[in-house]
Design a protein around this ligand. Structure first.
Ligand code: GLN
Ligand code: ZN
Length: 763
């Protein structure tokens, strides 16, 4: 009989209880004991859901007060030395200081968890890291779970993934040298689990699905040779991609079972089936842990039948990965269209899907009603007129290579644009948004509650736009923006005005710490019924003789920050998005807008885990961007914007996007990024961010001037723009004005310097 389990459940709470409890603790309104009590209730509730669904195990160890990597660092006793904390006696207040920084120390670095939108805290290791033990929270949680008298399966991030994702500030330090100490610590943890009567422990090693170097693979074998012989059975869990090439290696290890992501990488099943020894457990991750669609249960059952006949109770059934990446429950959704809602499964519903699969393998008659209900929903989805739009299909079929190409090459466009725009050397601009003030947020909330009529809301937003335009004029910026007052979120704003998009009321997913996002759902062919930003942008342009930059979100970012269809490739959805944005770009041009920015902050994060899959992604991603941009004439200048990721390894693709100007985050790395752009000889214009917008600190004009001078060393001044790192919506007006005053001053100072050196440049 197949056994059922999950890799992890979202910890934030259906009403985001953990978020609110954390924030109240941070404000000092509640104490540690209240926060701990709330956490205990959440865990109990989530275990109860797993029990109610009839899963064979409840999963422990997926809870974290902020982040699971940080919690693991605290358990291992591997905290950054610079904080001076005793890991064994870490208080919750100190735990949060690690995550958020304190007066003396900046926070630990945060970065994305594989190709998800979840951010973890990067362990900081050094030769002194001893792993000699830390907080015992895991064991307390385990005791809570054991009190329920059901089989409990703890889950921990495995040592190789932990080390792989960690960092050392000592140049040249080999993290693998820490492995013996680390394995020791894991062994002791497993021993303690055994003492509590635990039979199985799950060790998550998604790093196996990344491109691990040979030395790391050897280390992997060495580690599990040791951990596999501990008295607890180890379920080695992979996810997010295939691990097929490691099947032989894993099969030689004393490991009791393997979990595979068969949603992302179903093709790996046969390899593993053949490789694994006859006592091993195979946990089939067949329910999509990364997306919100109801599964085709009947098809999955059929695909598992033979395997089940062969493997019996050595076959386990699970979601593909932790359910951390999907919202908690459909029960909280009252406004979704009934048909769409019936096509979805959030975390709670996925628990039932997992147990239905096991039931169907054991007793098909008993599972029939649940299977039939899934069939019905799936069938409705397949034939729904809300999904397929003939108009879109026709346009997609007619897309030609010419549509992905501007009329003339950059050099020719550049000449025409210089004539048309008549901008000074080193033009100054911003990335799009200005402060989202309390008055803007209040107006939007009142409008959403129906207390403000649409026209009154429009009036309020226009007043905000005029305010932003006047301030930019006073600051002396060269290319203005309308300030994005009317946008709550750069994806939601556009999605709300496109067919094929739906929005949940409570579909929150943890992004990091207390921060949650509510990704929209793309369920059908994407189509733009009418212009979205044209009136607003035209209005903004009418206020000023200066150039007003139109502001759009690009197709890749729209895709990346939404839950997307699973009934067509991502690239197909991206193409539909590109066509919708292309229409908007063309309409903006017709309305007299001469510069249009298509933001792609999520361009880099769409990269697949495996380098071997990069080229295919970059190929369609650059193409859909070009299709969104290339509907305009040569004189219209297309900008794009990217931020907060490593760009140096994808520079040729960024160049292939062929935006006339790219504005990009650079100031936090003191312009290191620019070296990449210099070496690669990036051909078009660039605005390297000259100050970090994530802090209220106002940088001096001198500091910005120095950054600009460095930039001039690698990029000719004629191709440089001057702008902040990113949008200013999270900032207040006083610091924004102060910083931009300095930025304009820095640009002017450099223009003056250059004019004395190269008089022909100054005009
Ligand atoms: N135009 C957007 C803004 O200024 C860009 C945001 C982003 O890069 N994430 O807010
Ligand atoms: Zn940005």
């Amino acid at each position: 009989m197949a056994r059922t389990h999950i890799s992890g459940f979202p910890r934030i709470g259906a009403q985001r209880e953990l978020k609110f409890a954390q924030e109240s603790f941070w404000r000092g309104e509640t104490g540690e004991s209240e926060l701990r009590e709330l956490a205990r209730q959440l865990r109990a509730r989530h275990w109860r859901l797993q029990q109610d669904a009839g899963l064979d195990f409840i999963t422990v160890g997926d809870f974290a007060y902020y982040d699971q990597m940080l919690t693991l660092s605290a358990l291992l006793g591997a905290l950054p030395e610079r904080f001076g904390f005793d890991a064994g006696r870490l208080s919750l207040a100190q735990y949060y200081e690690l995550a958020r920084g304190n007066a003396a120390q900046p926070a630990m670095e945060m970065t994305k968890w594989f190709d998800t939108n979840y951010h973890y805290l990067v362990p900081e290791l050094s030769a002194h890291t001893s792993f000699d033990g830390g907080v015992e929270w895991l064991f307390d949680e385990l005791d809570e779970a054991l009190a329920l008298n059901v089989p409990v399966k703890p889950v921990l991030i495995g040592p190789i993934t932990y080390l792989w994702l960690s960092k050392s500030h000592v140049p040249g330090f080999d993290r693998l040298s820490l492995l013996p100490k680390l394995v020791n610590r894991y062994s002791r943890i497993l021993e303690k689990l055994k003492q509590r009567g635990i039979e199985w422990v799950q060790l998550d090693e998604p790093a196996l699905c990344a491109d691990l170097p040979a030395a790391w693979l050897e280390a992997f074998s060495a580690v599990y040779d040791v951990l596999g012989t501990s008295e607890v059975k180890v379920l080695l869990a992979t996810c997010f991609d295939t691990a097929a090439e490691h099947a032989q290696r894993v099969a030689r290890l004393p490991i009791a079972g393997v979990h595979l992501d068969l949603v992302r990488a179903p093709q790996q099943l046969d390899v593993w089936r053949a490789a694994l020894p006859s006592h091993a457990v195979l946990s089939a991750g067949v329910i999509d842990g990364r997306n919100i669609w109801r599964a085709d249960l009947r098809a999955i059952v059929e695909s598992l039948r033979e395997l089940h006949a062969e493997w019996g109770d050595r076959l386990w059934i699970a979601p593909s990965c932790s359910l951390l990446h999907v919202p908690i429950s459909l029960a909280a959704e009252n406004k979704l269209a009934a048909d769409l809602k019936s096509w979805l499964a959030f975390a709670t519903e996925k628990l039932d899907e997992v147990s239905t699969l096991a039931l169907a393998l054991r007793d098909s008659a008993a599972a029939e009603p649940a299977l039939a209900a899934a069939d019905l929903a799936l069938d409705a989805r397949r034939h729904s007129s809300a999904v397929v739009n003939a108009l879109v299909q026709k346009r997609v079929a007619a897309v030609s290579d010419a549509m992905a190409q501007r009329h003339s090459p950059f050099a020719d466009r550049n000449r025409l644009q210089r004539e048309a725009l008549d901008l000074p050397l080193l033009p100054t601009t911003t990335i799009g948004s200005f402060p989202q003030t309390a008055s803007i947020r209040q107006a939007r909330a009142a409008y959403k509650r129906g207390e403000l009529r649409a026209l009154d809301y429009l009036q309020r937003m226009r007043a905000e736009i005029e305010f932003a335009v006047r301030r930019q004029e006073a600051l002396g910026l060269d290319v203005l923006v309308h300030g994005e007052a009317e946008r709550n979120d750069m994806v939601e704003y556009f999605g709300e005005q496109l067919w094929g998009y739906a929005f949940t009321e409570n579909g929150w997913v943890q992004s990091y710490g207390s921060r949650c996002v509510k990704p929209p759902i793309i369920y059908g062919d994407v189509y733009r019924p009418e212009p979205i930003t044209v009136d607003t942008t035209r209005y903004a342009q009418s206020l000023t003789p200066r150039v007003m930059k139109g502001m759009l979100t690009g197709p890749v970012t729209m895709l990346q920050w939404s839950f997307v269809r699973d009934d067509q490739p991502r690239s197909a959805t991206a193409l539909q998005l590109a066509l919708a944005i292309r229409d908007e770009v063309v309409d903006l041009e017709k309305a007299g807008i001469r510069i249009i920015q298509i933001d792609e902050p999520a361009f880099r994060e769409g990269l697949p885990l495996r380098k071997s899959d990069w080229a295919a992604y970059l190929d369609w991603a650059t193409r859909v961007f070009r299709i969104s941009a290339a509907g305009v004439g040569d004189r219209t200048q297309i900008h794009t914007h990217m931020c907060y990721s490593e760009f140096n390894d994808i520079l040729p693709s960024i160049a292939a996007m062929d935006a006339d100007v790219i504005t990009i985050e650079t100031s936090r790395s003191a312009m290191e990024l620019l070296d990449g752009f210099g070496e690669f000889a990036y051909p078009n214009e660039i605005g390297p961010g000259v100050y970090d917008i994530h802090s209220p600190r106002v940088p001096g004009a001198d500091a910005m001037l120095r950054l600009l001078e460095r930039a001039c060393e690698v990029i000719p001044a004629e191709r440089l723009w001057v702008n902040p790192d990113c949008g200013l919506k999270t900032r207040g007006w006083p610091e924004t004005e102060a910083a931009l005053t300095n930025m304009v001053r820095a640009a002017k100072a450099l223009r003056a310097k250059l004019a004395t050196r190269q008089p022909e440049l100054a005009h």
